[in-house]
Design a protein around this ligand. Structure first.
Ligand SMILES: Cc1cc2nc3c(=O)[nH]c(=O)nc-3n(C[C@H](O)[C@H](O)[C@H](O)COP(=O)(O)OP(=O)(O)OC[C@H]3O[C@@H](n4cnc5c(N)ncnc54)[C@H](O)[C@@H]3O)c2cc1C
Length: 498
């Protein structure tokens, strides 16, 4: 039983789907628009600096470990992982905290902010840990074709413990009231998805991932994960076709029979679409084969886009850690500007990554590799002066808080925002991280993994289940692959062609 399978996109989801399918015996080719794998986690090199273009937080190490284990490999044979300690720095309005990697030290800091908060943190973490275990073992690996997958009694009982219907913001306020503690706990939600009022308390599992499982870093940069995954995929027999942008498909009734790319036509029996779902649904497929309407997509809550700056800086910047969050302005107004009345923010929060603090290989000697990220509403336009305006806002605050002149030492600078997300990934409204994790967009309420109109087409990646982020994308690819594999078996045993 060997089917000819085409995967669109060599991001985490595409590579994970392709590797799973190849290891199940199929003949798999990935068609990728760019000249390298990684998707949003590509790299570029300039003037001796190596910039990771997207993800920089290595969270949920268990998901990466399980991924390599699934194919008989040990992740440590591929990646030199270090746990960052402290995990990251948060600049508040007047002071800052270096978030300790050690949980007891973290409890002590919580207690220093609010009497009784250490014990409450232990209780909160125990609940979040339970959510993480239930979520990872019972929910995220389901294809979520239908609500019935969640209908067995134990799963329903588990669902009530997940606090699916309690807003995250309300849930954490049952435990804590100090503004700094609340900001620290709300940050993973705000940066990756939606407002804490709109996010189910289930996602406090992200706090467990952050504060218990820790922040890790693969030496060489996040792209090393991509390199390792590509090597593993090739070893399993996956063929990569780079610079092959898929334009449309050839059909036989409701089945795709070929991909038309700018490198030519390629035949296939199954397709896993692991590029942005909206792009494949609304652009690559003819109207009669689309699963969703334009109005459906317009009504989705997308995760934020981002304004990014990649900076090469001569000399060192002392008062920064590897990860630095600038929470020196209140969350509320910036969140409103992203989600409620989408516009460029007045007083943005932002994030500064400086991987050269951990890793000499990403910058020339005595230099810093700096990446600025400011979350912005998707779907808004910019003026010619917009980027520089925000660059100056971020640099003013960065220089003030580090007490160092940085601007005059910049030897390389590149910006990236909506326009580039659209050009590079055909990202709907220039989104950076797919769909927001709101209650109405969780599990079987997300765009479906299996096409509603085309028999042999499946979707994977950050716009379908389980959601945005590198670990969910890795899982998404594997779940989609297992669904394709089942169908391929069925086709052989019932002698059907797809
Ligand atoms: C700035 C930024 C920071 C982030 N930070 C983090 C973080 O710290 N931690 C974390 O876990 N996650 C983070 N994320 C999210 C994470 O990067 C994504 O969720 C994940 O990489 C998505 O993987 P994917 O495979 O679904 O999609 P993608 O990475 O977008 O891959 C899709 C691939 O499809 C290709 N493609 C598109 N159209 C076509 C076509 N027509 N034909 C052929 N190929 C096509 C694209 O070129 C791309 O390679 C971040 C994302 C961004 C943008």
């Amino acid at each position: 039983m060997c089917a000819k399978i085409a995967v669109i996109g060599a991001g985490f989801a595409g590579m994970s789907a392709a590797t799973a399918l190849a290891s199940q015996g199929h003949d798999v080719t990935i068609y990728e628009k760019h000249d390298q794998a990684g998707g949003r986690a590509r790299i570029f090199k300039e003037k001796g600096f190596t910039f990771d273009m997207g993800p920089s937080w290595y969270w949920m190490p268990d998901v990466f470990e399980e991924y390599f284990n699934r194919f008989g490999d040990d992740i440590n044979a591929h990646l030199n992982l270090v746990r960052l300690a402290p995990s990251y720095r948060v600049f508040f309005e007047k002071d800052h905290v270096d978030v300790p990697a050690d949980f007891e030290e973290l409890c002590a800091w919580f207690e220093s902010k609010e009497k009784g908060a250490a014990q409450k943190l232990r209780e909160f973490m125990s609940e979040s840990g339970e959510k993480y275990q239930i979520g990872m073992s019972k929910f995220v690996h389901k294809p979520s074709h239908s609500i019935m997958e969640f209908a067995e009694w134990q799963t329903l009982k588990d669902a009530t413990r997940l606090h699916l219907f309690t807003p995250f913001s309300k849930y954490i306020r049952k435990y804590f009231s100090d503004p700094q503690l609340l900001q620290l706990l709300e940050f993973p939600i705000l940066f990756l998805g939606a407002k804490p009022e709109k996010t189910p308390a289930l996602y406090s599992l992200m706090n467990y991932a952050d504060l218990k499982l820790g922040t890790w870093y693969p030496m060489g940069g996040m792209h090393e994960i991509v390199v390792a995954m590509q090597k593993l995929a090739e070893r399993k027999g996956v063929h990569f076709e780079f610079n092959a942008c898929v334009k449309t498909f050839g059909f036989d009734n409701e089945n795709i029979t070929s991909l038309l790319t700018d490198k030519g036509k390629f035949e296939c029996e199954f397709v896993v679409g692991a590029a942005d779902y909206h792009h494949m649904d609304q652009t690559l497929l003819p109207e009669k084969f689309r699963s969703y309407t334009k109005a459906y997509w317009e009504s989705r809550t997308m995760s934020p886009s981002s304004l990014l700056f990649y900076l090469g800086v001569e000399g060192k910047v002392d008062n920064l850690l590897h990860h630095n969050l600038f929470f020196d302005e209140p969350f509320g107004p910036h969140a409103d500007d992203i989600y409620d009345t989408p516009k460029w923010p007045e007083k943005p929060l932002f994030y500064v990554c400086c991987p050269s603090k951990t890793d000499n290989s990403v910058a020339p000697e005595n230099c810093e590799n700096i990446f600025l990220l400011m979350p912005v509403a998707p779907g808004i336009s910019e003026k010619p002066e917009t980027r520089e305006h925000y660059f100056n806002i971020m640099m003013d605050r960065l220089e003030a808080r580090t007490g160092e002149k940085i601007r005059d030492r910049i030897v390389f600078k590149r910006s990236y925002a909506h326009k580039e997300f659209i050009q590079d990934y055909s990202a709907f409204k220039g989104n950076a991280y797919g769909l927001a994790n709101t209650l109405k967009q969780t599990a079987f309420l997300k765009p479906k993994m299996k096409s509603k109109k085309v028999n042999n087409l499946f979707f994977a990646g950050q716009l379908t289940t389980p959601g945005p982020g590198v670990p969910p994308s890795l899982i998404s690819g594997q779940v989609a692959a297992d669904e394709v594999n089942k169908l391929a078996h069925k086709a052989v045993t019932s002698h059907t062609t797809y």
